[in-house]
Design a protein around this ligand. Structure first.
Ligand SMILES: C[S@@+](CC[C@H](N)C(=O)[O-])C[C@H]1O[C@@H](n2cnc3c(N)ncnc32)[C@H](O)[C@@H]1O
Length: 427
């Protein structure tokens, strides 16, 4: 079988200047997804699901191929980003006039008196202007009624307002750039009120306008597809998919990392934008996401033998590791991750039709000097859940050590991770 294109996006393509609406560190390459879809659907049309859809590479690639794409993610920010990525170039012309209207509306809104989560980073005046832009997008382009802290209200957002929310995310990021760190998934929080960002309303609005001009231009350069298929992106949990049994033809996906990459923390400023109008709650999202640094599972929990030997061996090695908190926090964190992974693979198998194909991209890593062979673990869990292996493609990564696990440094281990696309067929 011919290998698929490398799932890692070229480094340069991650830079915003290379033409993405939103810079996302954990997405896979669209060339890879195109190859994987061609393999999975064997040249036919059908439906492709990504239960951990992230920025929506799968749903966007599916749309381009006239395939029905369905994407779930439990982080409302990623749902908004994935929806924006489905924006049609036919909508590009309305972006500039609509931006002017939204700015006019934001000027007359008054958010004062309403709780404003953006005050974590901004002084009240700037936070108020940003909140008013978010309110204007919601009230003019989504619904008249304000959201009431029910995060599944993001499902109401269509690609056009989603693109405006992404413009607002990028505006916020550009205003708080001084809190960035060398780790793209971690942004500092001001430690004193004096450190908070102060910006005049006209500066914030102008920044938003510039950002929307950039998005409008990118959008107008996109190819027009005369397609009947549609992709949809929704808030949803990979551990409990709201889809019927055997309803999906193919799955292309990559689970969250098992290395304490805190996906909610990585999108903290964006979650605050949604929280400021009641569309998300940062603390809730942080608890819910798989691979989270916060887990509610008891440290004494007993693993399920069905998770397979590779997983049980890893958990034992973590538990018996002499380093601090291995028996408690780290064991617990790994345990929760694999518990969630096993449930998710069960769901992947349940919703795939017999004969349907599944491609899961996963990367190995290290806990200290203990090798976490995630692709092997997924292989064993998938076999238990009724998925038959059909081969794999491996890709060595050389530039992601810092991002994946700085904690194996000093243990003398070979730390170049390998990303593997593991292929299955539903029996
Ligand atoms: C590795 S990223 C997926 C990247 C995606 N393939 C792309 O190209 O953008 C994993 C995603 O899983 C999401 N996630 C974490 N826990 C989840 C859960 N229980 N259900 C659904 N999505 C979840 C995270 O928010 C993150 O966006």
């Amino acid at each position: 079988m011919k290998p698929f294109a490398n799932p890692a996006r070229p480094r340069k393509a991650k830079a915003r200047s290379q033409g993405e609406f939103y810079p996302y560190y954990a997405g896979f390459s669209s060339l890879f997804v195109a190859d994987a879809i061609a393999w999975a659907l064997q040249g036919c049309t059908g439906s492709v699901l990504d239960p951990w859809n992230g920025a929506g590479t799968t749903t966007t690639a599916a749309f381009r191929r006239d395939v029905v794409g369905i994407g779930f993610d439990l982080n409302p920010v990623m749902v908004v980003v994935a929806k924006a990525n489905l924006l049609s170039p036919l909508d590009a012309g309305v972006i500039s006039p609509l931006t002017d209207k939204l700015i006019e509306a934001a000027r007359v809104f008054d958010g004062s008196g309403r709780k404003n989560s953006l005050e974590l980073y901004f002084k009240p005046r700037a936070a108020n202007t940003l909140q008013c832009i978010a309110l204007a997008i919601w009230e003019y382009l989504v619904a008249e009624m304000r959201p009431i802290c029910k995060s599944d209200e993001v499902n109401k957002i269509s690609p056009l307002p989603a693109a405006f929310f992404v413009g607002l995310f990028n505006t916020v990021r550009s205003l708080i750039r001084q809190f960035n760190t060398s780790n793209p998934t971690w942004i500092k929080i001001p430690s004193t009120p004096q450190e908070k960002v102060s910006a005049r309303s006209c500066v914030v609005l102008e920044r938003f306008k510039q950002e929307m001009n950039r998005i409008g231009e990118l959008c107008s350069n996109r190819q027009v597809f005369a397609h009947t298929s549609q992709s949809i992106c929704m808030l949803g949990d990979a551990r409990a998919l709201s889809l019927a049994d055997s309803s999906i033809d193919a799955i292309i996906t990559s689970p969250p990392y098992c290395t304490r990459l805190d996906y909610a923390r990585a999108t903290l400023p964006e979650l605050l934008v949604l929280e400021t109008i009641g569309l998300a709650r940062y603390s809730e999202t942080r608890k819910l996401l798989m691979g989270s640094a916060i887990t509610n599972k008891p440290a004494t929990a007993v693993p399920n033998h069905r998770w397979g030997n590779a997983c049980l061996g890893l958990l034992e090695s973590v538990f018996n590791h002499p380093s601090k908190a291995s028996k408690t926090y780290y064991y617990n964190q790994h345990f929760s991750y694999f518990d969630d992974l096993f449930d998710s693979i069960g769901e992947i198998s349940r919703v795939t039709r017999p004969g349907g194909r599944v491609c899961i991209v996963a990367q190995d890593s290290y806990y200290k000097d203990v090798h976490n062979d995630l692709p092997a673990i997924i292989g064993e869990m998938a076999a238990d859940r009724g998925l038959t292996p059909m081969g794999s493609h491996a890709y060595k990564k050389s530039n992601s050590i810092k991002l994946i696990n700085t904690r194996s440094a000093g243990y003398g281990v070979q730390r170049f991770p390998v990303e593997t696309a593991i292929l299955f067929e539903k029996g």
